[in-house]
Design a protein around this ligand. Structure first.
Ligand code: C2E
Ligand code: MG
Ligand code: MG
Length: 527
């Protein structure tokens, strides 16, 4: 038995382990959701940068066009004044003027420049005739990249702050020139990779960085927005922690439930083992009647267990536990012992009467089972014909094992019945191979009588098949006269079991019923 300390330890360990697993799952799920969200934001950011760049480029082209079409003498006061007005009304430009052979002649903010002047080389020359200069010295701002564009004899200078205002703490951008031979970085911060993602549209996750690139072919540039994964997660640390906590909490609850279930199950198993050792299981007997004469011709032995806490445990539950834990054979043994104790004399004196015993799959493959049965019967002086063996249909799935066991049992003189027939594995030919004596039609078929259920349509086929194979038919679960009537109308002999004829009762009660001239009382029949 588990001590309190052991239970506490099991609960604590399982809860902790599953909680940790939950927290890890929470972290992974949270990380994935946050990164997906970051990717979506990055794409939006890239689209915004692209829109802004396109708008500023469109404006600069328009302004350059108007500058080149200036009606004033080059760099005259009137022209410089004209340029000032154009720049003043622009949204994205901070200066503009005249440039010749890389030398600035005049601009809206600088006015007319005198000799000597610096000569600048464009950083990029594009197929449409535009030339791009990065950081022309008169317009330099520390820490910023200032772009100037020349078209014809005019140039404009972009304000470097247009795109910067779109930035967020975890999202950065870079603009790449893709127009000419010397393509490359135009403005923005340089990302950790110089990969091809900067030159083509698309999204990517490279190393620790997320990228989204949108290109404006018309202006020969691509905008790449990027975010470092650790930085993104750091910025959204609170949300990530929330995911971890929720995952951990869910894990702890699941862990707690698992350990409670485990302890309870372990508890039941130990209690059941003790009950078997102390012979504390009871066996009750449900009558099986001949439907035409309504005489009791046999009974099914059914195990019953009320645990130490006075709780009645369903046989479906405790038989399953015993099967899973490998000690169901002990229950079969116990039931056989009870049957012989309760009915050896009746069986000896009434050769037409039999008791059916349910056996488990494990008994079929246990080589000691048949010898044990024979020895017990021999000791009690009961012939094997007095004890029928019920094998649940699903247990016969291991065909060869089932066939061998059935053969051995029948050779010994037992009648073998396939229990819960129609619920699983037996096909017609399979049934022939198994060579059994009877089928017990599952109570789901009986329940379907008088309803529209498809199972009713199968019943005549099962009955015809049983008749053709000369198999005895026992119908389970007859509760109503309508159900009994359905089977009594058949020409073939039917044995029946169900609450209409009697529930499972203690041995003394069955013996009393048997002594009542082997026939069920009229009262019971009319109930
Ligand atoms: P089973 O062998 O098919 O047993 C028949 C079940 O149908 C019994 O349930 C019985 O009480 C129930 N029954 C009988 N007539 C009616 C009826 O008219 N209507 C309804 N609704 N039910 C009826 P029980 O005793 O709860 O047993 C359930 C299952 O547990 C059995 O099904 C059998 O598979 C298993 N079992 C019971 N005792 C033993 C045992 O000693 N050894 C093994 N291996 N299995 C057992
Ligand atoms: Mg049965
Ligand atoms: Mg059954």
């Amino acid at each position: 038995m588990h001590t309190f300390r052991q239970r506490f330890l099991v609960t604590q360990t399982v809860t902790l382990v599953v909680a940790m697993f939950g927290a890890l799952t929470g972290f992974l799920v949270g990380r994935n959701i946050l990164l997906k969200d970051a990717e979506a934001r990055l794409e939006q950011f890239a689209t915004r940068v692209l829109t802004e760049t396109e708008m500023s480029a469109t404006e600069s082209r328009a302004v350059l066009g108007r500058m080149n079409a200036s009606p004033y003498p080059s760099c005259s006061d009137a022209e410089v004044d004209y340029f000032r007005k154009l720049i003043f009304h622009s949204e994205y430009l901070k200066d503009g003027g005249r440039i010749r052979d890389g030398q600035i002649d005049c601009s809206a903010t600088l006015g007319r420049l005198d000799q000597p002047r610096a000569r600048y080389q464009p950083d990029f020359s594009r197929p449409d005739g535009t030339r791009i200069y990065r950081n022309l010295s008169p317009f330099q701002i520390a820490g910023q990249t200032v772009i100037s564009v020349q078209l014809g004899g005019s140039f404009v200078v972009y304000s470097p702050f247009t795109l910067r205002r779109l930035e967020s703490p975890s999202m950065h951008y870079t603009v790449t020139d893709v127009g000419g031979v010397q393509s490359g970085h135009l403005t923005g911060e340089l990302p950790p990779t110089g990969e091809s993602i900067l030159y083509r549209e698309g999204d990517a996750r490279l190393g620790d960085t997320l990228y989204a690139t949108r290109c404006a072919g018309r202006f020969f540039s691509c905008m790449t927005t990027y975010a470092s994964i650790p930085e993104t997660l750091r910025v959204r640390q609170r949300e990530l922690v929330a995911f971890i906590l929720i995952g951990g909490l869910c894990g702890a609850v699941v862990g707690l439930l698992i350990s409670v279930f485990y302890i309870r199950r372990e508890g039941i198993e130990q209690k059941l083992r003790r009950a078997i050792a102390k012979d504390a299981l009871r066996v009750v007997y449900q009558p099986i009647v001949d439907l035409s004469s309504r005489r009791i011709i046999g009974a099914e032995a059914l195990a019953r267990w009320t645990d130490e806490d006075e709780l009645v445990v369903d046989p479906d539950v405790f038989i399953k536990i015993a099967e899973q834990r490998g000690f169901v054979g002990a229950i079969t043994k116990l039931v056989v012992k009870h049957v012989l104790h309760d009915f050896a004399e009746t069986l000896r004196s009434s050769p037409d009467f039999h008791i059916s015993v349910n056996i488990a799959a494990a008994d079929l493959s246990d080589p000691t089972f048949v010898p044990m049965l024979e020895e017990s019967l021999a000791q009690a002086g009961v012939k094997p014909q007095g004890v029928a063996i019920e094998i649940t249909e699903s247990y016969t799935a291991r065909r060869q094992v089932a066939m061998d066991a059935i053969l051995r049992l029948r050779r010994s003189g037992h009648s073998v019945h396939i229990d819960d027939f129609g619920t699983g594995y037996s096909s017609l030919s399979y049934l022939q191979d198994l060579s059994v004596d009877a089928i017990k039609i599952d109570r789901s078929f009986t329940r379907a009588i008088g309803t529209e259920a498809v199972t009713v349509a199968i019943l005549p086929q099962i009955l015809a098949m049983a008749e053709a194979l000369k198999l005895q038919v026992i119908v389970e679960g007859i509760e109503t006269r309508e159900q009994a009537g359905y089977f009594s109308a058949l020409s073939q002999p039917i044995l029946a079991q169900g609450w209409l004829f009697g529930r499972a009762v203690a041995a003394e009660e069955l013996r009393r019923l048997l002594t009542e001239n082997w026939i069920l009382s009229a009262n019971t029949m009319q109930a």
